[in-house]
Design a protein around this ligand. Structure first.
Ligand SMILES: Cc1ncc(COP(=O)(O)O)c(C=O)c1O
Ligand SMILES: N[C@@H](CCCC[NH3+])C(=O)O
Length: 443
């Protein structure tokens, strides 16, 4: 398993992250456990900030909180000077509960409900990324009602299909998101939005996909957006003050994944902006990006305890852990691949090939196929790397499995940032109708 960030094997032969021995973390917090390398997230955040500062452009780096939205993460991001992208009232509420500055919050989503818009208007967030015509009208009406003027970007689809898994590309023409440049709806939307009395159109947003390893997609997107900006300037006399180029910067999950350095992605974008936007307006636009996965993905490790195993001679050996698709649905959803190791016997050589099964009642609940490990025993600790993004945030209670705890680790200190769900949490919202006349258990 590749050791990201501060992960290393200590003198006891145990996996250690942020100076904390994972065997001790298991004793203190139990498993499954999400372990987050705080130092690595801060380092990535600084790489983004430094790369943009080096470009000389005005910028905002907004963390796409859908990747991992918890209060401590919002605080960390705030401390590093980033902005925050939210896509629901739940993510907005999390940010507000963490005291995240509202003016640095951007609200995304293809179907923001009136309640969500109201909440965001009342919070006085910094910007709405408007996705469709219905929303232009709704936001204008609601802002007018409250006598507020709201800053907006329009999400446009530049027709660039990033080289990635089909289910997570969003930049192509056939997409549920945004206004298409190619069919003219983006232009129409700009014209309409710019005429609204309570909307202040700052510019446009484009997100071309996820887990991208090349700069070409971003360069092409910048070029297309600049071409569109030129058309808008010529025909309507409007210039974009802000251009948001979304997220999608790739990370290393497994061998063969070849992400670029953060600075390389940023340079490709900022160079592209300098080349293609020159002369469109008096000044170059302010550039915003929205990395999610690349800020937190590699910083997360999930620790499981090995339970049962089933050897099918001549076929395969299944080894089951105490979590699975309920804490990491990505293998089942996207056939995503992960690397793992025995955290309690990290120096031992591989002795067998096993497949890691989750505990859910679902044949598809497999975390890793054909993984080489030392001879696995019940009670061993399995660490799965690179689970910081879209794991906790996509976790479910399927089979009424309780969601794991999350700890931040740094410099030998571990801090619980999300408690493990309790049995009480599982039934917290359940009600038995009185007419069923059932004597309920009280604990
Ligand atoms: C609009 C938007 N911005 C940012 C992101 C973050 O993407 P990633 O986590 O791949 O950086 C996404 C998710 O793909 C998105 O849809
Ligand atoms: N949830 C996806 C990425 C999110 C795409 C959001 N636009 C993943 O786990 O990779």
């Amino acid at each position: 398993m590749y050791l990201h960030g501060t992960s290393k094997i200590n003198a006891l032969g145990h996996l250690e992250i942020g100076g904390c021995d994972t065997v001790e973390l298991k004793k203190e917090y139990g498993t499954p456990l999400y372990i987050v390398d705080e130092h690595l997230i801060r380092q990535r955040a600084r790489e983004y900030m430094d790369a943009f500062k080096a470009s000389g452009l005005t910028f905002q780096v907004a963390y796409a909180s859908k990747a991992f939205s918890v209060k401590a993460m919002c605080t960390l991001v705030e401390q590093e000077g980033l902005s925050l992208d939210v896509v629901s009232d739940g993510e907005l509420y999390t940010a507000m509960q963490a005291g995240f500055p509202a003016e640095r919050i951007h609200f995304h989503g293809n179907n923001k409900t009136p309640d969500e818009i109201e909440m965001a208007l009342d919070a006085k967030i910094g910007c709405f990324v408007v996705d469709n015509f219905t929303e232009i009208h709704l936001l204008q009406a609601m802002a007018a009602e409250k006598n507020q003027t709201v800053k907006i970007l329009l999400r446009i689809t530049p027709g660039v299909e990033a080289h990635t898994h089909e289910y997570i590309s969003t930049g192509q023409t056939d997409s549920k998101f945004g206004f298409d440049i190619g069919n003219g709806s983006a232009f129409e939307a700009i014209e309409l939005a710019s005429k609204q009395s309570h909307l202040q159109l700052l510019g446009v947003h484009s997100h071309i996909g996820s887990q991208i390893f090349e700069v070409e997609g971003f360069q092409m997107a910048v070029e297309r957006v600049a071409g569109f900006a030129r058309e808008v300037k010529e025909k309507l006399g409007l210039t974009f003050q802000v251009v948001n180029l979304g997220g999608g910067f790739g990370i290393r999950y497994v061998e063969g994944d070849t992400p670029l350095e953060v600075s390389q992605y940023v340079k490709a974008i900022t160079d592209g902006v300098k080349n293609h936007f020159a002369g469109i307006g008096e000044e170059l636009p302010e550039i915003w990006v929205e990395p999610g996965r690349s800020l937190v993905g590699e910083a997360g490790t999930t620790l499981y305890t090995v339970g049962t195993s089933k050897d099918i001679p001549g076929v395969r050996k299944y080894v089951a852990v105490d979590g699975g698709m309920s804490d990491n649905p990505r293998p089942a959803l996207y056939e995503s691949q992960y690397e793992a190791m025995l955290a309690n016997r990290a120096n031992e050589p591989a002795a067998e090939t096993v497949s890691i099964a989750g505990k859910a009642c679902e044949s598809g609940d497999m975390l890793i196929w054909d993984l080489a490990l030392p001879k696995v025993e019940t009670g061993d600790l399995l660490a799965v790397a690179c689970t910081g993004a879209y794991n906790y945030s996509m976790a479910s209670n399927y089979n009424r499995i309780r969601r794991p705890a999350v700890v931040f680790v740094q410099d030998g200190q571990s801090d619980l940032v999300v408690r493990r769900e309790s049995h009480e949490d599982i039934v917290r919202n359940d009600l038995i109708p009185a007419r069923m006349n059932k004597q309920t258990v009280t604990s």
